[in-house]
Write a protein that binds this ligand. Structure first.
Ligand code: PGA
Length: 256
């Protein structure tokens, strides 16, 4: 893992945006995995500002709530069109977001996996992390080999997401999420985390043992993962000085 600690969420986001911009320049038909939640909002704002060319890009979102109408303001369909897709020149047919209203969830999930394979696999997957270490909605103890499927949220995630719904009882309990095995097949992962609430999950994911109890820790096994943090999310890392030193001393050709 490459740990990139920046003074602020804005600065960490700027690094992540540059990584994506470079990929789109090098590979205009890249396949990008997208995430939702409050963390990538700054990133999407920055990508819109950069006016990149998305015409040939294909996207796959990590997850969606089960049973929430697409038009619901808190559905991840609404989130994506409002915060990114509606503001870039992407072709609608190239956008993939799990259908939380499908009447055959296992069949839909198998099809989603097939669509990712047919698109040539994901070049870069954007990830947030839950306070419990989840990536996508792969909650603690998810199989590290899991594929796209239905999951039940933990009570902690329901509480964390209640802020978007106004109250806890309005948060759906079920979701469709790419699996950890699916995420591990992305050629590159770009995980962002900001603020003190993420510090423990980040420290465990980066410096703890690989364990399904912190699903993000499996990224230690991924060959190309960048973790972009602000100081607060990095606060519990034991080797923070080393990560800073690495980033500040990158050879010219590796600079972001
Ligand atoms: P957040 O969620 O960006 O809203 O903190 C992250 C996640 O649950 O993956």
């Amino acid at each position: 893992m490459e740990i990139i600690i920046q003074p602020s969420a804005e600065a960490a986001t700027s690094v992540a945006a540059r990584v994506i911009a470079r990929l789109l320049r090098e590979k205009p038909d890249a396949v990008i995995g997208l995430a939702t939640g409050s963390t990538p909002l700054l990133l999407y704002r920055e990508l819109i500002r950069m006016k990149l060319d998305w015409r040939k890009v294909t996207t796959f979102n990590l997850d969606e709530y089960v049973g929430l109408p697409k038009e619901h303001p808190q559905s991840y369909h609404s989130f994506m069109w409002e915060n990114l897709l509606g503001h870039i020149n992407i072709a609608k047919k190239n956008v993939h977001i799990p259908d939380g209203n499908t009447n055959d969830i296992p069949k839909f999930c198998a099809k989603y996996e097939k669509q990712i394979r047919a698109a040539g696999g994901i070049d870069l997957q954007v990830l947030g992390i839950g306070t419990d270490g989840h990536i996508g909605f792969n909650e603690p103890t998810s199989s590290l080999a899991s594929r796209t499927r239905i999951k039940t949220l933990t009570q902690r995630t329901v509480q964390d997401n209640a802020r978007f719904f106004g109250s806890e009882d309005k948060v759906p309990h079920h979701v469709i999420t790419m699996g950890i095995g699916t995420i591990m097949e992305a050629r590159q992962n770009l995980l962002l985390a900001f603020g003190p609430k993420k510090a423990r999950a980040i420290a465990e994911a980066v410096e703890g043992p690989i364990t399904s109890v912190n699903p993000a820790s499996v990224l230690q096994m991924h060959p190309v993962t960048k973790v972009c943090l602000d100081e607060e999310a990095a606060a519990q890392l034991q080797r923070a000085d080393y990560y800073r030193w690495v980033f500040d001393n990158k050879p010219g050709w590796q600079k972001i």
